[in-house]
Design a binder for this molecule. Structure first.
Ligand code: AMP
Ligand code: GLY
Length: 421
């Protein structure tokens, strides 16, 4: 059987790595992929939003199953388009993707089903904003309402800064929307909880914690994620029960009632305090770099899971995880996330020993004349599975240190809270 993977990041490389372990898979096509995926899959140079060309390619290459990594094609309706043509898409429809696309959609669902989340109000204009902010205490959270690649959330230290952010968003700082929400600040520890659903039932699909800030000690600007580990050590049984009953189940029921049942992976971003989880946001896909650590720990054949989802039978299969701990450390180019991306050669990747317990997943890399280049941003993910997080981290760092790349930057403290606790 052939399968397609849409996307080109570390997440998609780790999905290809996992799919490659399936004996039933013949060809993996990655749209458009990176230098890493090109070694285990066939990269196809078609834009992820060019649904027509993707469809024609899949038809010609006898491929019926499509795994979608990033949110943008999902939010733009890749599932709706391709399923009309007879393909199966592992990922949600355009209507169900509103969970990630629109914060006000998710917030109103939370209100309707009493899902624990921060108090908030949505605004289309500046009318009533000052009065609302005046009644809050700082810090105050301001969020742009459309997709903003993680850059649309502002934790404002005082009321003046909050008001300025609202004005900037309302003036069009983000192309996706002028709408914004003002939200209560939640304190506590963050964790990511994943489930997968076939539209009928759902299964647990792992937990992780990521580090969003660029600097050690979780300092400096936010990024797409500088490292992650799995499992999360703050989701105990009591918290998990609450996550399922108070957050996941009402969400899935709510979507079903709206006529858009969720198919694919749903990622709940949580803040936990005093054993009470609250929803910060939903993502309608696996996280990047969280996916890399989940794929390392996943023992069940990923194709089997995708096919069970297609047949609406995920309640009939067991999904097994390694009891070991997984960590991934992102290597970005120096100056990220502020500096403009620059192309530079990564010299000796071929010399790094990789296997099913330690692997370098590529993100922003490409191959030219048999050399591997970074195109900047988050570039490599050094990933390891080991008996504990400290040992996993040592392996990740050892691999990274060996790489001969002058633009290399990475954090050495990923997992510090869990390792020191
Ligand atoms: P989001 O894109 O909604 O996940 O927000 C990005 C990051 O902002 C989260 O991972 C949190 O660290 C932080 N954040 C978002 N909403 C809140 C909130 N209500 N209280 C505290 N921190 C928040
Ligand atoms: N690492 C966060 C995300 O994928 O949204």
């Amino acid at each position: 059987m052939n399968i397609a993977v849409i996307g080109s990041g570390g997440r998609e490389h780790s999905v290809c790595f996992k799919l490659r372990q399936s004996k039933k898979i013949n060809k993996i096509f990655c749209f458009p992929g990176n230098a890493g995926t090109s070694k285990i899959a066939q990269n196809v140079d078609i834009d992820v939003l060019n649904f027509k060309d993707i469809s024609n390619f899949l038809k010609k290459n006898n491929t019926k199953i499509v795994f979608v990594g990033p949110e943008v094609p999902l939010v733009n309706g890749i599932k709706d388009y391709l399923e009309k043509k007879g393909f199966f898409i592992f990922g949600p429809s355009k209507a169900a993707s509103r969970l990630e696309k629109s914060k006000s959609f998710t917030k109103s669902l939370c209100k309707k089903y009493k899902i624990p989340t921060a108090d908030y109000k949505s605004f289309n204009s500046m009318k009533g904003v000052k009065k609302y902010i005046d009644n809050m205490s700082a810090p105050i959270v301001i969020k742009a309402d459309g997709l903003a690649s993680g850059k649309g959330v502002f934790i404002c230290k005082n009321k003046k800064a909050a008001l300025q952010k609202c004005k900037a968003i309302n003036k069009g700082k983000f192309k996706s929307s002028k709408k914004f929400i003002i939200e209560e600040f939640l304190s506590g520890e963050e964790a990511s909880y994943f489930i997968l659903s076939d539209g009928k039932s759902y299964k647990f699909f792992g937990t992780a914690q990521d580090h969003k800030r660029i600097g050690e000690g979780d300092t400096g600007p936010n990024t797409g994620g500088m490292g992650a580990y799995s499992p999360s050590n703050i989701i105990n049984e009591q918290v998990e029960e609450k996550v399922k009953k108070q957050i996941i189940e009402p969400t899935l029921i709510g979507l079903k009632k709206m006529g858009c049942p969720f198919v694919g992976v749903l990622y709940a971003g949580l803040i936990i305090k005093d054993n009470q989880p609250k929803l910060i946001e939903y993502n309608i896909r696996l996280g990047d770099p969280e996916c890399q650590v989940l794929m390392m720990r996943l023992k069940t054949d990923l194709l089997k899971i995708i096919l069970a989802c297609k047949n609406k039978q995920i309640n009939k299969i067991a999904i097994n995880w390694s009891k070991k701990k997984a960590m991934t450390i992102v290597a970005s180019s120096k100056g990220y996330p502020n500096k403009k991306d620059q192309i530079s050669e990564i010299k000796n990747l071929e010399n790094i020993k990789i296997n099913n317990n330690q692997y370098i997943f590529h993100a922003a890399t490409f191959k030219k004349n048999n050399k591997i280049y970074s195109s900047g941003g988050r570039v490599l993910n050094s990933t390891a599975l080991n008996k504990d997080l400290r040992s996993a981290r040592n392996v990740c760092i050892k691999m990274l240190k060996k790489i001969n790349w002058k633009e290399k930057y990475f954090r050495k403290d990923i997992g510090w809270r869990a390792i020191n606790s």
